[in-house]
Structures are given as C-alpha cells and as structure tokens.
Design a protein around this ligand. Structure first.
Ligand code: IPE
Ligand code: IPE
Ligand code: MG
Length: 253
C-alpha cells in the first residue's frame, strides 16, 4: 500500500474562501416607517437614509465591491403625495451637491438607470454633470436607480428591438438574451450577485427583474436608516456562504 499517497489524499482540503460579490444591489426600504416609529415626519427618515447611502457607498468600495446599485426612486413612487415626492427630489439635489466632488475624488463613477425624462430639468442636468464629473472613476461604479422600473425598461428595450426588426435592420431570430441585455439601462454592467432589501419586505417592487435571474436575495429586518457597515458585512458573510449553482450541480468540497 502506498502510505504516502493515502495520507496525502486524506489531507483535508483547505477551505477556499468564496468570492466577494462584484455587484451588490440594494432596495433601500423603510425610511418612512423608521421616521413614523419615532414620531417624526416621513421626510426625516429619507434624510436619515442619506447617511446610510454615504456610509454604505464608502464601505462597499473599501470592501472591494465593484458595482453598487441603489434603488432611490421607482416609477411607482410618483403615486406618493406630491410633498413627499418633492421632498425626495430636494434631498437628491442636496446629496448631489455635497457628494459628487467627493465621489470623483474617491474614484467612484456614478451612473444612473431609469427614465430621466420625467425628472425635473435641473435634476436631469445634475445627473448628466455627475456622470461626466465621475466618468474616470475606477474604484467602484455607483449605479443610482432613479425613476426606475424594470417593466418600463423591458418594454422600451422590446420596442427598440421590434423597430429594428420592422425596419429590416435585424432578424427576429437575432433577439437573443445578449441582445435584450444590451438594450437595457444596465447594459455593460454585470448582473447583481446579491440583492439586499431592508425593512423586512420580501418583494422586488419592479427592480431589476431581468437582471436578477440568478441573484442571491437577502431580506433584512432593519430599516434603511439603520443599515450600517456591520449590517453590510453580515450580508456579505451570508452571501459568501451561499451555494450558487446557476442550474448546474453543487461544486464538490
Ligand atoms: C424607501 O423608504 C425610500 C423610497 C421608496 C424613496 P420608504 O419611503 O418606502 O419607507 P416605508 O417603506 O414607507 O417605510
Ligand atoms: C421600493 O420601495 C422602491 C425604492 C426603494 C426606491 P417601495 O417602498 O416603493 O416598495 P413597495 O411599495 O413597498 O413595494
Ligand atoms: Mg417602502
């Protein structure tokens, strides 16, 4: 018997740490409830939520995450009272004025997804400027979903593809998985590895429906204003423990 070979094969394999998520997407939920529970107006919760945005952006970058997507305003959020919508836009203006330069300095590239055409014009200009000002950032891409709705995004992509087919520029058979992905707002970004939703709700609310095909989901109970670096680290630890199979079989070991 070859003892050396036996003892070698019996040596337990060193556990390989599982990969960090390249792309983390967050449904920042629970600002209103956070405020209401404290007897404050809902807008106070949104204001507090900005602190979490700052903290998590910095921390995600330091953790080695390459893409961070934050769901800031959905196509359905227009259903809220006008005062709340305007309050949210004012906070967005405040955030952009204060943060853009810092993000540029820190190597964070900002990109927006969603339909900007329905946003107030000054905000549209701020979005364009922020993308231009941070374009060379290589440390992390911060994708802000503003007036974003996944179904609207898919409908618009489908219409563009159909127009091309009707014009004879492409064949119907050329509408592939890749062709559809390329028409979405997220074209050029990897699909999210991990989607986190705060506040205990367990739904996507029209967020990244196509892109989430193989994302891992994590629903955490705390409200967005309470979501901090520690909570982010916990989420990453739980993610690294998941077994992603993509329809194949479990990796051995
Ligand atoms: C998330 O917090 C922020 C936005 C949707 C803009 P909510 O405002 O949805 O807070 P809850 O869910 O009402 O507590
Ligand atoms: C999703 O939260 C949108 C954002 C976080 C921007 P909502 O609070 O709007 O979602 P529902 O209405 O509870 O599904
Ligand atoms: Mg909500």
């Amino acid at each position: 018997m070859n003892r050396t070979a036996t003892s070698e094969s019996a040596t337990p394999k060193r556990a390989e740490p599982k990969a960090l998520p390249d792309h983390v997407a967050i449904i920042m939920d629970g600002n209103g409830r956070w405020a209401t529970q404290r007897g404050l107006p809902r807008i106070a919760g949104h204001k507090r939520g900005i602190n979490s945005v700052r903290k998590i952006t910095r921390h995600a970058k330091a953790s080695g995450v390459k893409y961070l997507t934050l769901f800031a305003f959905s196509t359905e959020n227009w259903l809220r009272p006008k005062e709340e919508v305007h309050g949210l836009f004012d906070l967005f203006r405040y955030y952009m004025r204060r943060e853009c330069r810092t993000l540029a300095r820190e190597g964070v590239r900002i990109k927006f997804i969603g339909d900007p055409s329905e946003m107030p014009e000054d905000i549209q200009s701020m979005m364009t400027e922020a993308e231009a000002m941070t374009a060379s950032g290589e440390a992390m891409t911060l994708i802000v979903a503003l007036n974003y709705g996944s179904r609207a995004e898919i409908v618009a992509a489908t219409q563009r593809l159909a127009t091309r087919v009707a014009a004879g520029e492409m064949a119907a058979g050329e509408i592939t998985d890749t062709a559809i992905s390329a028409e979405l707002n997220t074209s050029g970004f990897p699909d999210p590895d991990l989607i986190i939703r705060t506040s205990g709700e367990q739904r996507l609310s029209n967020f990244l429906l196509w892109q989430a095909a193989y994302s891992e989901f994590l629903f955490v109970d705390c409200h967005w204003p309470e979501f901090d670096e520690l909570a982010f680290d916990d989420a990453i630890t739980l993610y690294r423990d998941r077994d992603r199979r993509f329809g194949g079989l479990r990796k051995s070991g």
